[in-house]
Design a binder for this molecule. Sequence first.
Ligand code: 1BN
Ligand code: ZN
Length: 370
Amino acid sequence: MPGHVISVLLFLALHQLLVLPVVAYTALSDNFLRLVPSGGDDFDIDNGKLLAPILIPRVAGTPGQTAAQQHFLNFFAAELPEWGVEWYNSTSTTPVTGNRQIPFANLVFKREPPWVKEGQSNLLTLVAHYDSKITPNGFIGATDSAAPCAILMHVARTLDRFVTQMYDEMSALGEGGSVEMDMGVQILLLDGEEAFRAWTATDSLYGARALAEQWESSPHPAMSFYRNPLDQISMFVLLDLLGAANPNVPSYIQTTHWAYRNMATIEDRMRKLGLLESAPARPFLPDADKKVFRPPSIGDDHVPFMARGVPILHLITSPFPDQWHTMDDDGAHLDMPTVRDWAKIVTAFALEWLDMMEVEPKENSGARAV
Ligand code: 1BN
Ligand code: ZN
């Protein structure tokens, strides 16, 4: 073979090795999908331990805000003690609360490989807002977004066992330390999404705007692989207005459509395996084959992050639920099979994202879906 051909081949091989990182993405097996738990009675609206405690008004600066925060903190302390907890506090006036500074508090729960240094892990970032709208008085916001918060708590506790096993095995084999493989997960429970009077750039997204700004201006130490906490987000998956029957969640964003497809494929596979309870006329995620995209226009917590280049998967129904921003957006109007199906779909998506086939339970290991 002529020398210059060898040089070209060598160059291509090196380019492949050095420039294009090979990142595994292995679909979950049918066996693994069968083991994904739905959360069952934990989503019960009266006594369930995930959702019932937050089916209350949760407006920033009121006792309901504190009760919701306490619920999340108690849950992670009791069930997921290895997850880090961070508070991101800010204050702002609003158009209806005069000169008083209203406190907004985002909560971030994070599980990452124990060996990583600051700024070295990439983080699947699962997001919902926990505040509720100030009007109408007594508004609960069950789909908006108590149910999405409860779903994320369920996802976190399901991931934990597998993530722990993965980190233990990687430690034992000395496999840690490559930025693609050093994957973690964080749950962002954001405050102040709702407008106090009417949705504008300054009356909305109080928590998300403060967090995106703070993370943008918090550089990691020199030589870190990721520049700042925004840069660590491998995908920002935002759940909103989920829990009503017959949801339709389009694919909004062309650049992350591949991630939407991954989730739609999981839904399709779970339905065909008879693993989902709901029987909608159309899939929850019907747009796997979408080809033409228009600029997305739904304002939501992803906006300050997307503006800073973070990849977004926006899971919000269109049309919005009939109960949207009315007193009927309460526990009684949730469709429990739909809530539990979302819990399964998002959990399976996250397990797959985090490459958990590496620790797939063996069929006779006694593991079972709950
Ligand atoms: C979603 C849930 N949003 C508020 N609660 C965002 C939004 C506000 C979407 C106004 C459309 C219009
Ligand atoms: Zn709302």
